[in-house]
Design a protein around this ligand. Sequence first.
Ligand code: SF4
Length: 104
Amino acid sequence: MYGLRRRKGRLRLDLTIDQLEAALGIQRPSPPPTWIQRAACRGVDPEVFFPDCGDSRSAQAAKAICDRCSVADACLAYAMKRSELFGVWGGKTRRERMVLARQT
Ligand code: SF4
C-alpha cells in the first residue's frame, strides 16, 4: 500500500518500485524466451538479420539460416506478437510479416 504522509512540514510519498513503475507506465523488459537457446542464429553476426532496407542479399543469407532453425515458428510468432519493425525473424522479412499480419 502506498501513501502520502506529512512529516515535519514535508510531504513524503511511500511506494514500492513496482508501484512507481506502474504509475509512470514503465515496463520492464521481459526475459528472453527459452527457445532462443536453440536458435540457429546464435553466434551469427546480428547484422545478417538486420540488413539495410532493400538489401535482399543479406535477407537471403538470414533466411537460409532460418530455414534450418528448429525454432522458426516460435521466433516468427514472437516477432509478430511484438510487431517487430526490423529484421528477419522466423525466416520472414518485415514486409512478409506485414503481409502475414494482414491475412490473420
Ligand atoms: S528463425 Fe531465424 S532469426 Fe529466428 S531464431 Fe531461428 S535462425 Fe534466428
